[in-house]
Design a protein around this ligand. Structure first.
Ligand SMILES: [Zn+2]
Length: 383
């Protein structure tokens, strides 16, 4: 990792600030913070020019759903070392902040994952906190989660779910499997509650929203579809202006038409991209792995089981960005916002992460003209 001067100016690129593309501006970085933007011809003394010619600079990506990376799956290796390997693997393609995600598992495993993520956060500021997805979900919509570990939420579980200091604790649950009082208690403890792997009725969804649930996990996947008189969680998430939604935009998990429909429905706001990626993501040599007793194999676009059926995602968020622009044909500014600015706001970090503006953390990705990540800075340090 090249050493950085304490103050430097990134020059020669188009900047996407999180709000607009701007040209002929240099980005001034001082320590771990963006000091300012200035005309390329007026870089102040003391700032060493660093050329990123013919590229695009954008804010580092923020991935709220990362099961694994670098051939490490959090559920299979719930240790601080495992979490650090996952974060490092994703950082190479621009993910400068993430929530390692522990899916449905036994109580001891979930507790170990929570402790591992808290320990890793001390060593790596990329780790914003944890996403616990399950185990309080609907077995009929479990997907690749292990039904043996699906269970009601106990008082012990409730006590375990809370953020440490300024970290994030995101919990995905099925509204029909918990009470609104439990959701209220979680929210009071600082947990961000998201709905997923669910067959909840509209009434149950609205009750959960009323109790403080704020989001939907991987919109369209593992929830009932919209029908004429049954909006289901999918329709409510698209309609409700206050509801956030994560979406897997790898061009495998959700049909292109539905991705574009969701972007239009959410009016460019409150819809963010997640990778939901498994252990081979970001690995130099992606390896097959065991998951809940099944063998999973990586290929170019997705992970599959022995029968070739989709078993989960492999693209990092930084690899989803060019796919969403080139293949799904979304507006580039919208995609960059969905990979950084919008998830930052969702996690309550919208005043420090997700934009290239004065006072924001110097988490920066340099992209080529195909929107592929080429260089990455975390807290002002090139990775
Ligand atoms: Zn899921």
């Amino acid at each position: 990792m090249p050493a950085n001067p304490p103050s430097f100016a990134l020059t020669g690129a188009i900047l996407f600030t999180g709000e607009a593309f701007v040209e002929n501006q240099a980005l001034l970085v001082q320590g771990d913070t963006i000091l300012d933007l200035c005309p390329a011809s007026k870089i102040p003394d003391g700032f060493e020019p660093v050329a990123v010619d013919h590229g695009i600079l954008t804010a580092g990506y923020i991935d709220c759903q990362v099961n694994g990376g670098g051939n490490v799956l959090l559920n299979n290796d719930p240790t601080a070392e495992g979490v650090l390997k996952i974060a490092a693997a994703h950082r190479k393609t621009g993910t400068t902040s993430l929530l390692p995600t522990c899916i449905t598992d036994g109580p001891d495993k979930i507790k170990a994952a929570i402790e591992a993520v808290a320990a890793a956060r001390q060593a790596d500021p990329s780790v914003l906190g944890i996403h616990v997805e399950g185990p309080h979900i609907n077995e009929a919509y479990q997907g690749t989660h292990n039904a043996a570990f699906v269970r009601p939420m106990t008082d012990e579980d409730l006590a375990l779910y809370h953020p440490v200091k300024d970290s994030v604790f995101l919990l995905t649950l099925a509204p029909e499997k918990v009470s609104p009082a439990q959701i209220k208690q979680l929210v009071a403890q600082g947990v961000i509650v998201s709905m997923g792997h669910t067959n909840a009725t509209a009434e149950q969804v609205y009750a959960a929203l009323g109790a403080g649930a704020r989001a939907v996990t991987h919109l369209f996947n593992r929830m009932p579809p919209i029908t004429s008189r049954t909006p289901s969680l999918t329709g409510i998430a698209l309609d409700c202006v206050d509801c956030w939604a994560g979406l897997i935009a790898d061009d495998v998990h959700v049909a292109q038409e539905l991705v574009r429909l969701a972007v239009r429905a959410k009016q460019g706001d409150k819809l963010f991209m997640v990778s939901d990626s498994l252990s081979p993501a970001g690995a130099d040599d992606p390896q097959p792995f065991d998951w809940n007793g099944i063998k999973v194999f990586p290929n170019e676009k997705v992970c599959v089981n022995e029968q070739g059926v989709i078993a989960g995602a492999i693209l990092t968020l930084g690899q989803c960005v060019p796919v969403a622009i080139r293949d799904i044909r979304l507006d580039p500014a919208q995609v960059l916002r969905m990979a950084s600015t919008i998830p930052a706001a969702f996690l309550g970090k919208g005043d420090s992460l997700g934009k290239l503006l004065p006072g924001y953390k110097a988490d920066i990705v340099a992209l080529d003209h195909g929107f592929n990540a080429k260089r990455v800075w975390k807290n002002g340090v090139e990775q």
